[in-house]
Every structure is written in structure tokens, then in C-alpha cells.
Design a protein around this ligand. Structure first.
Ligand code: ATP
Length: 237
């Protein structure tokens, strides 16, 4: 994937992203890390076109992400949030079928086949016909990942997908995320799971108070240049 940020500024009550500049090329899995409240999820939302910055330009692969391009762009990406975003009144299977039939406009038979394949891949066959509230948080989150994949996006955004889970379910979901790599999907991943990130990501972005303090490939975590990143990594150990 290729990500380019030029002078990106996002304000709510205060300035949350402060003049971000970044160029990442030819990476498969980018991890965004930093202390709570530093702006990681806000950056991810701008990259996914869920919100737009007040200033600056965001380019992901060949698309300048803005209000004009966002509709087509969002058909090409998948997003998984902290808490699963499944429709509560639909079974796991129907959550996937709905997306396939309405967004991808595939025939009911083809949709059934695709949904069953994805549910099987994420070890959810036994839960396929249950409602989200009748499965575990980890299973629901795995179903969210399966649903995000059903439109066959090349690029997936994951915003702390394990934040709401206990350690066992976290392990389960992280395993499912590892699958994404085998599937050849590009991922942009916000997480507190630094150990997992070390194994998963091939590029790291470290943020602090709305700024990108350091970014680079794996060596970044072994020999941080700034005291801020060194301190952050010590705290996370
Ligand atoms: N919709 C919003 N309206 C107002 N302020 C917001 C909004 N979303 C985020 N913020 C504020 O922006 C700052 C950055 O939040 P963000 O969620 O991006 O941080 P984060 O690094 O992802 O944090 P965490 O790791 O705790 O999820 C915080 O101070 C937060 O309170």
C-alpha cells in the first residue's frame, strides 16, 4: 500500500491531529501506536474516510480521500472497529449476506457460498445462525472481520479490534488477524498490543499528542530515536 499525508490537521474542541506529514510506500501492514488519547483512532478515521480533516491532503494508494471520492473509496476498503459493529437483529450469516447482496449485488446462491466460506475460515460455522448477542465477544469480532472481508477489499483498517476483549478472546482475534496476512490483504492497524504488532507489522507509526513523532520499519522498535518512543515502549513491556 501507499499512504501519503500532507499537512493534515483535525480539530474537534481542540486540535487533535497537528499538521501530519507522512509517506509510506510498498508496505503490507502498518501499525499505529501511541498512548491513549494521542490521536490514533482519529487518524485511522481520516484515512478510512469516516471523517475528514479541516486541512491537508490524504492519499491512500491512488485515491485522494475526500468528500467527492469517499463513496467509491469505501467500497474498496474494509473497516473493523473496537466493538463489533454487526447488525444486532441479524445472525452472523445474515450480517454477511446483507452486505454481499446489497453492496456487492451478488446472487443469493453465490452470497450463501461466500458467507459459508468466510464463516468457516474464521471458525464460526457453529455460530453462523446465532445473533451477535448470543456469541462471545471474540466470535462477534471475528464475524466483523469476516464481514469486512466479504467485499474482497485489498485494504483493511482495524481500530483496536481487541480493546473490548479479555486476554483469551484477544488471542483468538489476533489469530484471525494473522490470517489476513496469509490472505495477502494490506492492513492499517491501531492497537495497544505491541508484542503482536512487532510480529505483524512491517511499518510502525508512533504518535504522541496529535503528532507523528517517529515512523519506520521494524528497527524503529529496537532502537528508538526519541525519548518519547523509548519511554512508551518501556511502559508497554
Ligand atoms: N468525536 C470527537 N469529538 C471530540 N473529541 C474527540 C472525538 N474523538 C476523539 N476526540 C478526542 O481526540 C483525542 C484523540 O482521540 P483518539 O480516540 O483519536 O485517541 P487514541 O489515541 O485512539 O486513544 P485510545 O488509545 O484511548 O483509543 C482525545 O482527546 C479525544 O478525547
Amino acid at each position: 500500500m501507499r499512504i501519503e499525508l500532507q499537512q493534515v490537521t483535525k480539530k474537534y474542541d481542540t486540535c487533535v491531529l497537528k499538521n501530519l506529514n507522512l509517506l509510506i510506500e510498498d508496505k503490507k501492514a502498518v501499525g499505529i501506536m501511541g498512548a491513549s488519547g494521542c490521536g490514533k483512532s482519529t487518524l485511522l478515521r481520516q484515512l478510512a474516510g469516516i471523517e475528514f480533516p479541516e486541512e491537508g491532503t490524504i492519499k491512500v494508494n491512488d485515491t485522494v480521500v475526500n468528500r467527492e471520492t469517499v463513496q467509491a473509496y469505501q467500497r474498496e476498503i474494509g473497516v473493523v472497529f473496537q466493538k463489533h459493529s454487526l447488525f444486532p437483529h441479524l445472525t452472523l450469516r445474515k450480517n454477511i449476506l446483507l452486505i454481499l447482496e446489497t453492496i456487492k449485488r451478488v446472487s443469493p446462491d453465490a452470497a450463501e457460498l461466500k458467507a459459508s466460506g468466510l464463516l468457516d475460515q474464521f471458525h464460526l460455522t457453529e455460530q453462523a445462525d446465532k445473533l451477535p448477542r448470543h456469541v462471545s465477544g471474540g466470535q462477534a469480532q471475528r464475524a466483523s472481520i469476516a464481514r469486512a472481508l466479504c467485499t474482497e477489499p485489498e485494504l483493511l483498517f482495524l481500530d483496536e479490534p481487541t480493546a473490548a476483549l479479555d486476554p483469551i478472546l484477544t488471542g483468538e482475534v489476533l489469530e484471525a488477524i494473522t490470517e489476513l496476512k496469509h490472505l495477502g490483504k494490506d492492513c492499517i492497524f491501531v492497537t495497544h498490543e505491541i508484542d503482536f504488532l512487532k510480529k505483524f507489522a512491517d511499518y510502525f507509526v508512533f504518535m504522541d499528542e496529535g503528532e507523528i513523532v517517529e515512523h519506520g520499519p521494524a528497527g524503529l522498535l529496537e532502537s528508538p530515536e526519541t525519548k518519547k518512543l523509548a519511554a512508551f515502549l518501556r511502559r508497554e513491556e
